[in-house]
Design a protein around this ligand. Structure first.
Ligand code: ZN
Ligand code: ZN
Length: 351
């Protein structure tokens, strides 16, 4: 069940003053219409949420006669073979079986990009940049059509606004939709997008309420989640770009609302959660790097080289795992501890 547009662990402790307020009210005040969409319907040319496409045959399939294993039974306390089974995965955002693995892998790559800059954990400070923060920039109603007509223009507007509030670079993840919590009143005019499904919102709401099911309904409300660096200058507030005053002057000038959700406890978890309900569209990258962290300029920040993939090791004797096969009919004294991803060369933490 989705928790809506607010990050699950958004209230991290900031070393500086962060305006702690819900971003939800802004989604309500600057729109006159709330256009509901059936996000489970697949839109071949439009914006989708992850997981509503079609899986391949091998997605989620587990092979019970091969895996990654360690045969050094003499080094294992119980004398058993250790085996890690493998499961097929396509790592596609639209796959209903594999989308969490897609999100985990993307989040891992995001974490690494920050780690290579801080030479420490992803959340650590980079000299001249500070610690990564999470910010949300929401698009005013008058520009919402750009998400369909000209996403590149919309993104360049977002990056210009990010620059105005002192975000020097980072990644953006586009969210075309926001959702409501059940029983919340809807102040704007209600419309249903018939192209994505003909559903009766009121009777569905009543039905779910009777079952006590907390189902979120989604509506069009484009916004961008940003994880990036916004160095502050507290000693000279006149030079500090990310003040509440600056944010309200940007709003008055442009209609775009910037919300600073503060520094991160975990870049990886924040990214994973934001990816899980990100906009997915054919031919569009879900994660886009901009500013000093754009693919063109990242190297100027003097990052460490890419980390080599960590091989899986045996938890009993720490030896590197190797491919193993066995006769599925034969009795094998194997201890199966976990299921790995078949096409993965990277070490994934799916916990
Ligand atoms: Zn799949
Ligand atoms: Zn071993």
């Amino acid at each position: 069940v989705s928790l809506g547009i607010l990050p699950a662990r958004g209230q991290s402790i900031a070393p500086y003053n962060v305006t702690k307020r819900s971003i939800a009210p802004f989604f309500d005040i600057n729109y006159s219409v709330r256009l509901y969409v059936d996000v489970k319907a697949w839109r071949p040319l439009g914006w989708n949420l992850p997981s509503n496409g079609v899986a391949y045959e091998a997605c989620g399939h587990i092979w019970f006669d091969e895996g990654q294993g360690c045969l050094r039974v003499e080094n294992h306390p119980e004398g058993n073979i250790y085996v890690r089974l493998v499961a097929g995965t396509c790592f596609r955002a639209e796959c209903p079986v594999c989308y969490q693995k897609w999100a985990a892998r993307e989040a891992g790559q995001i974490e690494e990009k920050f780690k290579r800059l801080s030479r420490n954990n992803a959340e650590a400070e980079v000299p001249g940049y500070g610690r990564p923060i999470h910010a949300v920039i929401s698009v005013p109603e008058i520009d919402a059509f750009l998400m369909h007509d000209n996403l590149d223009l919309l993104k360049s507007k977002i990056y210009a606004i990010a620059g105005q509030v002192g975000i020097k670079g980072g990644l953006s993840i586009f969210h075309p939709y926001a959702n409501e919590k059940m029983h919340e009143e809807t102040p704007e005019k209600i419309l249903i997008d018939k192209s994505t499904g003909d559903f009766d919102l009121d009777s569905l709401r009543k039905y779910y309420a009777k079952l006590d099911k907390h189902i979120n309904f989604w509506y069009v409300r484009p916004h961008f989640h940003i994880i990036g660096y916004a160095p502050r200058d507290y000693d000279n507030p006149e030079n500090d770009a990310f003040t509440p005053e600056k944010i309200s002057s940007v709003y008055e000038e442009t209609g775009y609302v910037v919300v600073n959700l503060g520094v991160r406890d975990s870049v990886r978890n924040t990214a994973h959660y934001q990816l899980s309900h990100a906009g997915v569209k054919k031919g569009r990258q879900t994660v886009c790097w901009f500013g000093d962290l754009s693919n063109r300029t990242y190297h100027k920040m003097n990052p460490l080289p890419k980390f080599p993939p960590r091989p899986h090791t045996c938890p009993k004797c720490q030896a590197e795992l190797a491919p193993v096969r066995w006769d599925p009919q034969a009795e094998v004294r194997a201890q199966v501890f976990s299921v790995d991803n078949y096409s993965s060369t990277e070490c994934l933490d799916l916990s």
